[in-house]
Design a protein around this ligand. Structure first.
Ligand code: C2E
Ligand code: CA
Ligand code: CA
Ligand code: CA
Length: 276
């Protein structure tokens, strides 16, 4: 027989069980979506700060679940990493991204996110070379985004892989910059071309003087090191004006210019920019 106190515990447990079962179901569905090409890719343009044109667009994976609707990559990418399946997603995104990039006006580039698991061995280097060849995309049109966490366990091995990419002409960007800890030293020691400043910096930037100073420091150091700067998550005209006033960014990515869109829309947006 259950006491009242136990009843609470039982309710709590069954709620946990329900959550667990729910997640297990989602995992089964994810595995299926990966196998049956149930994922697709959208693109968010990175504009020149004056809005005059798009130089590159970031590939962002999407999963439309048959019953649940859109499931965000913040939910299913960690899941796929945990299941050891994320490299399948990377391959799928790389393939689609290069296929789409081949239809965009040259020299517009596409930027693809890599996961830590993609960098555990150098198979990825051959895969990328193959996919570029398959769609006749020049390596200079492919950017790869990695995060600080990718360097945590095997900095030397990961640097070696990234160097192999750079030798072939692929651009390497560090993503979500400024969200980790020992970030500044990475800028100098890793094989990087581009720094993507995380949107956490841009939020409140108009009001927060300390964030502004921090951003100024990061931008100054990045420039000294010859890195290109992309500011992410610019949502408002005020934020954009501030980024431009301080010349913080070589490229701007954010809702102020465009949400992630289908590949065909990227071509339209590029044409608008060209005629503006
Ligand atoms: P991320 O790489 O930092 O990508 C940028 C995220 O910020 C995207 O969310 C984008 O839609 C969102 N964003 C862009 N502009 C704005 C803005 O102005 N305001 C706000 N609030 N958000 C903005 P999304 O597509 O939901 O992706 C979330 C994360 O999932 C990505 O963050 C990335 O870490 C991961 N992800 C997405 N696609 C892939 C992929 O193909 N492979 C891997 N490994 N990870 C991916
Ligand atoms: Ca990214
Ligand atoms: Ca980012
Ligand atoms: Ca991220």
């Amino acid at each position: 027989a259950k006491s009242t106190g136990n009843g609470t515990l039982t309710a709590f447990r069954s709620e946990m069980d329900a959550q667990y079962i729910d997640e297990q179901k989602l995992r089964v569905d994810l595995r299926q979506a990966i196998e049956n090409r149930g994922l697709h890719v959208v693109y968010q343009p990175m504009y020149r700060p004056d809005g005059s044109g798009i130089e590159c667009s970031e590939a962002l994976v999407r999963w439309r679940h048959p019953e649940r609707g859109m499931v965000g990559p913040n939910v299913f990418i960690p899941m796929a990493e945990d299941m050891g399946l994320v490299s399948h997603i990377t391959h799928l995104v790389l393939d689609q991204a290069c296929r789409d990039c081949a239809t965009w006006p040259e020299p517009m580039a596409v930027s693809v996110n890599l996961s830590i698991q993609d960098l555990r061995n150098d198979d990825i280097v051959g895969y990328v070379a193959d996919v570029l060849k398959r769609y006749s995309v020049d390596p200079s049109r492919l950017h790869l985004e990695v995060t600080e966490s990718c360097f945590m366990d095997e900095p030397v091995a990961v640097s070696a892989i990234l160097n192999q990419f750079r030798v072939t002409g692929v651009t390497i960007a560090i993503d979500d910059f400024g969200t980790g800890f020992s970030s500044l030293s990475y800028l100098d020691s890793l094989p990087l071309d581009v720094v993507k400043i995380d949107r956490a910096f841009i939020r409140n930037i108009v009001e927060d003087q300390r964030k502004l100073k921090l951003l100024r420091g990061i931008v100054h150091l990045s420039r000294e090191l010859g890195l290109k700067i992309v500011v992410e998550g610019v949502e408002t005209k005020e934020q954009l004006a501030l980024v431009n006033r301080h010349r913080f960014s070589d490229l701007v990515q954010g809702y102020v210019f465009s949400m992630p869109v289908a590949s065909e829309k990227i071509i339209e947006l590029a044409a608008e920019g060209a005629s503006a």
